[in-house]
Write a protein that binds this ligand. Sequence first.
Ligand SMILES: [Cu+2]
Length: 111
Amino acid sequence: MKKSLILSAAAALILVACNGEKKTADVALSTIQCGMCSKNIENALSDLKGFVSIEIDDEKKVGKVVYEAGVLDMPAIENAIAAAGYDANDTPANKEAYAKLDMCCKVPGKE
Ligand SMILES: [Cu+2]
């Protein structure tokens, strides 16, 4: 139930590119703090097959991710970001990864 809600929300945000293969979606990154967080997330995603690019707005705490549909999907993207220690949409950050982040990358008041 929860998963299908997330999927439909992601589907609503997707803008189909010219050839229909690449998709763009917004991903809420509510716990990012600084430019290093953006770098960490970029690094985590760059390992994924089908990942094209991500443009992260530190202030709005949102990322615009471009990926190859059919190779990669939003749940996999969210999981990779969560594994790096950051919340991604409704997917919570992996606690161990979060604990290893530098102080500047932690949410103030949240250990
Ligand atoms: Cu940071």
